[in-house]
Design a protein around this ligand. Structure first.
Ligand code: PLP
Length: 344
């Protein structure tokens, strides 16, 4: 059987791999037995249910939660995705995520096998079937399976996949360190749609982790602050203004948009002076009083160090936590216009 090899193993392969024998599965039952062994290893199954339009239904067996290898999302990256949080048995901001999902699909020239209302129903039924009360739904629209060419002319039907994932996320209260990314950010056309080409994002986060930071900050080619590898970023100036970078070159985060709405409460209370989006230079951003990441599962992550310089007094900001509380309360107990009860 194939085993994992480190790169040094690969370089010191003295037999030129000649003694390696590839196992051939003689039947699908032999393969299924082996795959079930892996999932039955005692660990809790983190994926309680998956939907596939290719299969035409919901799959409960993790072994069968697969995507065809000739799907253009797999071998050409011709796919888009989105998420939605399940918290306390409710789907948070499902409609906002679904709207962005369909905008991404349209920009990527991917059609949907179903109208929006059916996609929504499938996601709600998937959440209900999964019995998951805390976790995420992740879903993809793909050009679909068909062949290995570049364009999808040979793919008869686009595909929709979705999976329920059990995840235990909590409100983030600890301050984190970030670095400026050295990995080039995506061009606006690609950064503004949530497509599956996340290699720059992966490498950018890996670079940060290798340098002992939580994640990175992208700066655009005009020198303005952009976003993190899978979250937006926000700042509070010494004048108590909340500023988020404009969404014209980055992903319009659903959490960031909700934050802009909710933060007006702090303006009404006189704790913030204003709430806005705008261009911020690196110098302006680094001299902010408070800084934070904003994204679905966080929902706010305080940032206290950037490229080894403290932000503000180097401690978790009071207004950052006030914004975090506003978002967290909205996620766990907000109005039903933003929280959809899952019909378990
Ligand atoms: C590149 C990027 N920016 C921002 C975000 C934040 O978006 P949201 O608040 O919708 O999770 C994400 C989330 O996946 C992302 O991938």
């Amino acid at each position: 059987m194939a085993t994992n090899h480190s790169s040094s193993d690969l370089n010191s392969d003295v037999n030129n791999g000649e003694d390696f024998r590839v196992h051939v599965f003689s039947s699908s039952s032999e393969l299924l037995e082996k795959l079930h062994e892996k999932w039955n290893s005692g660990k809790e199954q983190p994926y309680p249910a998956m939907y596939s339009s290719v299969f035409g239904g919901i799959i409960l067996d993790p072994v069968m939660m697969v995507i065809p290898v000739d799907d253009h999302m797999v071998h050409r990256g011709h796919g888009v995705f989105d998420t939605a949080i399940i918290l306390d048995g409710h789907l948070y901001e499902l409609d906002v995520h679904l709207d962005r999902f369909l905008r991404s699909a349209s920009n990527a020239k991917i059609s949907s096998p179903f109208p929006r209302s059916t996609l929504r129903t499938i996601l709600i039924q998937l959440a209900a079937t999964s019995q998951c009360r805390k976790g995420t739904l992740r879903y993809w629209l793909s050009a679909g399976p068909g062949d290995f060419l570049l364009t999808p002319g040979g793919c008869p039907t686009p595909a929709f996949y979705a999976i329920a994932i059990k995840e235990d996320f909590l409100q983030c209260k600890e301050g984190m360190k970030v670095i400026t990314s050295n990995i080039p950010m995506k061009q606006p056309q690609f950064a503004t749609m949530k497509n599956v080409n996340y290699l720059p994002n992966v490498l950018s986060k890996m670079e940060a982790e290798e340098k002992g930071a939580f994640a990175s900050i992208w700066v655009d080619d005009e020198g303005f602050i952009a976003e993190g590898p899978n979250m937006n970023v926000a700042f509070i100036t010494h004048d108590k203004e909340l500023i988020l970078p404009l969404f014209d070159k980055i992903l319009g985060g659903c959490t960031a948009l909700r934050l802009l709405e909710l933060a007006t409460k702090l303006v009404e209370q006189g704790r913030l002076k204003s709430v806005k989006t705008g261009n911020l230079t690196v110098g302006e951003a680094k001299s902010a009083a408070e800084m934070m990441y904003v994204g679905s599962t966080l929902p706010i992550l305080p940032i206290i160090m950037w490229d080894d310089n403290p932000i503000g007094d180097g401690k978790v900001g009071e207004l950052t936590m006030a914004l975090s509380d506003l978002l967290w309360d909205d996620m766990v107990a907000g109005p039903e216009t933003h929280r959809l009860p899952v019909p378990y």
